[in-house]
Design a protein around this ligand. Structure first.
Ligand SMILES: Nc1ncnc2c1ncn2[C@@H]1O[C@H](COP(=O)(O)OP(=O)(O)OP(=O)(O)O)[C@@H](O)[C@H]1O
Ligand SMILES: [Mg+2]
Length: 159
C-alpha cells in the first residue's frame, strides 16, 4: 500500500491512522520506519507516540538508542539504530528486553535481520516536495493491519 504525503501534516495523519489500527495490547509489536536522511521517520514516530497518548516531548533516541514511554496501552520503545551496526550490537542494547512493549525503530537498515522479526515497515521516500510512504506487512498480523488500513482508505479516501 502506497500513500502520497504532500506535507508534514500528512505524515502525521498517517502515523495517527497506524496508531489507531494497532490492537489494544501492542506488546511485542515491531514497526520499522525506514528511509533516507530527512525522509520523515522521526516525524512519523513522534506523531505515533503522541497518538498513543504521550503528551510530553519526544526527544531523538540517536544517542540514547532507546527512549521508553508509558502510555495507556502499555510501553512504547522509540529506537534509533543510526549508530548501531548489525545484530551483535542489537543484542547489546537489550533488544529482547523490549519485548513487553511496542518497538518503533528508525534506521532498521542497520540491522537487516530485523525484518524477519518485525510486523510492519513504513518505508518513507522523497517525492517532489513531499514524501511517499509504502506500507509493508512483514508478519501475518502486520499484513492484516495493512489490509485494514487499505480498506478504511477505500471507504473514506484521504488522498
Ligand atoms: N510528507 C512530508 N512532506 C514534506 N516534508 C516533510 C514530510 N514529512 C516530514 N517532513 C519534514 O522533513 C524533515 C525531516 O523530517 P524528520 O526529522 O522526521 O526525518 P528523519 O527521517 O527522522 O530524518 P533523520 O534521518 O535525519 O533522522 C522535517 O522538516 C519534516 O517536517
Ligand atoms: Mg530522525
Amino acid at each position: 500500500m502506497k500513500v502520497h504525503l504532500p506535507d508534514e501534516r500528512a505524515t502525521e495523519a498517517l502515523a495517527v491512522r497506524v496508531a489507531s489500527a494497532l490492537p489494544a495490547n501492542t506488546a511485542g509489536w515491531t514497526v520499522l520506519l525506514s528511509g533516507e536522511l530527512g525522509a520523515g521517520k522521526s516525524t512519523f514516530a513522534r506523531a505515533m507516540i503522541r497518538a498513543l497518548g504521550h503528551s510530553g516531548p519526544v526527544p531523538s533516541p540517536t544517542y540514547t538508542l532507546v527512549e521508553p514511554y508509558k502510555v495507556p496501552r502499555g510501553r512504547v520503545y522509540h529506537v534509533d539504530l543510526y549508530r548501531v551496526s548489525g545484530e551483535e550490537e542489537l543484542r547489546y542494547l537489550g533488544w529482547t528486553e523490549l519485548d513487553d512493549g511496542l518497538r518503533l525503530v528508525e534506521w532498521p537498515e542497520h540491522a537487516p535481520g530485523l525484518a524477519r522479526r518485525a510486523d510492519l515497515e513504513v518505508r518513507l521516500a522523497y517525492e517532489g516536495t513531499g514524501r511517499e510512504a509504502q506500507m509493508l506487512g512483514l508478519s501475518q498480523r502486520g499484513s492484516a493491519l495493512v489490509a485494514q488500513l487499505e480498506a478504511s482508505r477505500q471507504a473514506k479516501p484521504v488522498d
